[in-house]
Design a protein around this ligand. Sequence first.
Ligand code: ACO
Length: 515
Amino acid sequence: MSKNILLMCCDSCAPKLSEGIKKDLEAQGKRVSIFAPLAGCKEDACGDSFCRCEAVKLIANGKKDDLLSILVDRVEAAGKDADVVIITPIADDSALRDAYGLNIALAKNVNACVIPAVCAKDKTDEEVAAAADLAVKMFAQDGLAISVIASGCNENAAKCVEANGLSVVNPHAAKLSADKIVASSNILTPTKFMRSLRAKCRANKKTIVLPEGALDRILKAAAELRAMDLVNIILLGNEDEVRAKAAEIGVTLDASIRIVDPAKSPDIEDYANTLYELRKAKGMELDKARKLMTDKTFFGTMMVYKGVADGLVSGATTSTADTIRPALQFIKTKPGIKTVSGVFLMSLADRVYIYGDCAVIPNATTDQLRDVAIASAATAKAFGIDPKIAMLSYSTGTSGSGPDVDAVREATEKVREAAPDLAVEGPIQYDAAVVPSVAKTKLPESPVAGKANVFVFPTLNAGNIGYKAVQRSANAIAIGPLLQGLNKPVNDLSRGATVADIVNTVIVTAIQAQG
Ligand code: ACO
């Protein structure tokens, strides 16, 4: 994989600086390519660039993440035969107003070394050094650590900049050594996280059944998932109805999408018999099992039980209870696990958190809270996150008391007993869990406080309110709920789920199915 440099300089300096740095690096034996992310429609000099007008359209239509993903693909393509890609900056114009923000976002998504340029023209040496210092502070506010400054400055000004702990690269006077190319930040942006999930999904394609096959949002999501070649899809419903609906909303259904009508399925008798056998001790009768199998959620869940599908996603029109009850009844929990709970992967601007239980257990016992914590840690690991668990409460450490706090304390002890290797803290307040300075005051010795990434809420009320508050007020992407603890993945959609929510839930379901 290539190393990436993003130059932050004015338009007129970009060609000179990028060529100068390229020459430096080539002299050190590196293969270097220069990449301009956007080009105007008439500029055919930048064939690999993305069309600026199209970029503006994507941003105007609220699809900045799609644009970023396209640009990341192109940077990766530019780095295919290069050791270093020098990315020239995207410039502002009247249509593309936040070019700076786009440059920063691109830098974070391609782990670029950001090299800001300080123009020395008409400046004293001290002014150049001060400008470099300000640039560092500005980028630090965006989470980027700058160690190298490009400047057209003379030797004295360079010394002033270096006195501030920075290296200077001046294409006419100094060289950029290859080992100075280090990522300015290595944070997990939503685009990066979603790209990693999509790549994981594509690498081992699973089959997901969507019982609400004739629903607009489901059809659109199915078409998107197939267009990205992420999963195989089975839609449930009357085939004529499903196809008519797809045609009505202008969705083309990939030939690989299977449409299965439970009412006409030759498997219905076998499925009904299986349900009867599995549930007869609980009072199930064969006639009732036959009737239940005409219900798309029961039928789809049985497809998962039988291995015809690897996972199920439903609930865009049904309640959580109706969506997950079949799974609770016969998919059942994994060996050794008693509790099914639901978490959200909360993709924030620079990190991913896990919140649970936000979907299943109204008033968890301390044993259930322990199970939620342990299962959430396993989910974190499955999605590449090293879990640090905060057992949330309105009190931190020994500061408060009362039955609710005591319950969280007891649950925390139970997690420690059952899984001594897990990093867990509780009871702990949300601020002490995530803000290092608060953690330092309230729980200075805790290895979790200030660094938590898995959050166990004390009740379903708290968890469900908490995830929606962060999703709606902090612009987080909430992926889920992912049900954890079940033998096979079945996931529930919120009735307000958008097409993007459905796509994301199918992706995580497929990853759960990979095991
Ligand atoms: N873990 C494991 N098994 C469970 C669980 C659980 N958390 N809950 C129920 N079960 C099992 C029971 O043991 C039982 O098994 P059995 O029949 O073999 O003995 C079976 O599931 C049915 O149990 P019931 O007690 O009858 O449960 P019921 O079906 O009434 O309710 C449910 C279960 C649906 C999960 C219920 O607790 C519920 O409605 N929870 C809240 C869901 C909700 O509204 N969430 C918020 C919205 S989600 C969102 O906003 C995205």
